[in-house]
Write a protein that binds this ligand. Structure first.
Ligand SMILES: [Zn+2]
Length: 216
């Protein structure tokens, strides 16, 4: 479900019409999914001066094929409401259509994009967070002073997956891995991931640190 909004150009004030999505269903809105992955879903350009702006808004991303619902949360204060919203979706699912669904809450459009890329490759974001964590630990072991700003997964196919570390000094560091390596992580952490709480909707580095306690 989308709507057209009018925004003013931050540079010249020109009125720009921009499409926002309240819910985005991958089976009915495949183009929007492509735009999410290429970054244009949250970006618009001024037709008059060419200024490009990011426009961030909350969206519920529903992937019917991979059975996942991801809520992009903008307001940090509203965490509890979103947990409640997920519980409402589940309790309102009388026919059990969402029975095997995974639910996620994300707070950043780049994290949403990352989760969609992971899902499209039929990978499990929980193991990807663990790959990131192990890579971050190794980076720190090699260079203790290193400040890691953010870690992102990126891949176009199963033989060419990578974790990109954005460092505080503006540099990048990359860790490349393949499907075999991913399967090794599933083997090592599978049991711990299976017993982790199903109502944990924020799968991030904090989650990975908790789940890997006693293993790493
Ligand atoms: Zn403009």
């Amino acid at each position: 479900m989308s709507a057209t909004q009018q925004v003013s150009c931050q540079n010249c004030g020109e009125a720009i019409h921009f499409t926002t999505w309240q819910t985005l269903n991958t089976s009915t809105d495949p183009d929007a999914k492509t735009k999410l992955i290429n970054g244009s879903l949250f970006s618009c350009s001024c037709p008059k001066c060419g200024k490009t702006m990011n426009i961030i808004y909350p969206v519920v991303y529903h992937d019917t094929e991979h059975k996942m619902i991801i809520m992009l949360v903008i307001d940090n204060e509203a965490t509890q409401d979103f947990h409640g919203a997920i519980e409402n979706i589940q309790s309102g699912d009388a026919k059990g259509k969402l029975k095997n669904y995974r639910f996620r809450i994300v707070r950043d459009i780049n994290v949403l994009r990352e989760k969609v890329i992971i899902m499209n490759m039929a990978l499990d974001d929980r193991f990807i967070e663990l790959v990131k964590l192990v890579y971050a630990i190794r980076l720190k072991e090699t260079t203790p002073d290193l400040q890691i700003h953010q870690l992102f997964f990126y891949a176009t196919n199963m033989d060419d997956m990578k974790i990109i570390a954005y460092l505080a000094d503006g540099q990048l560091s990359e860790f490349a891995f393949d499907e075999e390596k991913y399967r090794q992580f599933v083997g090592v952490f599978g049991e711990a991931v299976d017993v982790s709480p199903a109502d944990e909707y924020e799968i991030d580095q904090d989650w990975a640190k908790t789940v890997s306690q006693g293993i790493l």
